[in-house]
Design a protein around this ligand. Sequence first.
Ligand SMILES: Nc1ncnc2c1ncn2[C@@H]1O[C@H](COP(=O)(O)OP(=O)(O)OP(=O)(O)O)[C@@H](O)[C@H]1O
Ligand SMILES: [Mg+2]
Length: 348
Amino acid sequence: MAAQIAEQTKVEPKVADDAAIVFEDVVKDFPGAARPAVNHVSLSVKRGHLVILLGPSGCGKTTLMKMVNRLHEMTSGYIYIEGTPIYALKLEALRRQIGYVIQDVGLFPHMRVEKNIAVVPNLLGWDKPRIDARIDELLKLVGLPPEEYRRRYPRQLSGGQQQRVGIARAMAADPATLLMDEPFAAIDSITRTRLQDELLRIQHTVRKTILFVTHDVEEALRLADEIVIMQNGEVVQYDTPLNILTRPANQFVSQLVGAEDVLRRLSLLAVKDLLEPLTSQAAANHALSIGIGDNLRHALGLIMSSGSDALRVVDEAGNPRGQMTLTALRQLTSDHPNTLLPPDGATT
Ligand SMILES: Nc1ncnc2c1ncn2[C@@H]1O[C@H](COP(=O)(O)OP(=O)(O)OP(=O)(O)O)[C@@H](O)[C@H]1O
Ligand SMILES: [Mg+2]
């Protein structure tokens, strides 16, 4: 750690009153890396807002987040929490005011749910009645009836339930700030949507400042008050979901969110909307079939992975009903230039 960071114990707070987390010209160089993982990032997260860090793999989202609770030490710059430079706080004090939730939860497998949630309150020396009451309160908040779930071990929970316990644990000592790094990434899409709804409900009730990493555009658009789009360690745009969609700062942003927009539309349409009589040799011979009620996003996935430009469409009983082609899919999306579909002929 450079002298500049040691100096920060003396820096006077100078951030806006409503700012909960402020990054000022933050840089992170990993030893031996060709370029900084985080490159002169400045941004301010308003208290009570849910801000999403969004961008492709390796763009620096996790690194930026981990510098807040000092799981990574920054190379240069400043980070303030509630107006205080993080290096002016003792590490334990810093981490106590920040809840942290990650993809694989990290629940202690040998501890029951109640004990997992009680880890930080125990460290803080709360008395037993207070801890007990807090466990019940949090389990109710995350939608797990305490009488049913308190005494279970993590292995006796589904992935989504474990994730809820992870959120309850992160909130145990009532931190003002939550850092969430792809907390729902390993969860099936239905449970994931439900967890997103619950997070929004919880956020509505408790109003934390949340910094949330994802590379799922849909998740970002659903959850965020503001979105930070990152590329190569830099912030490309920091704006509301609506502005990101309607006024993307550049081609990169427009492609990132626009492309997903097409996919989202596809996921709302069914294969039967594009059903044609069976004429393609490939569809007739090809082993891959798709259900007539499946969505077009699923169909696109099958087409891309099979290398065939047509699929055979079958009904619930498995009887052939016709075909569905890449050409038809492409026509459907042709009014949206930022499509992810391969150019003509790419899959033949
Ligand atoms: N401990 C480390 N040592 C060296 N380089 C690292 C380390 N952690 C991350 N990096 C590098 O820093 C860059 C940013 O990584 P980071 O984990 O922040 O990306 P990310 O945006 O979170 O990606 P993903 O979506 O895949 O999680 C990458 O190039 C990565 O290889
Ligand atoms: Mg990451």
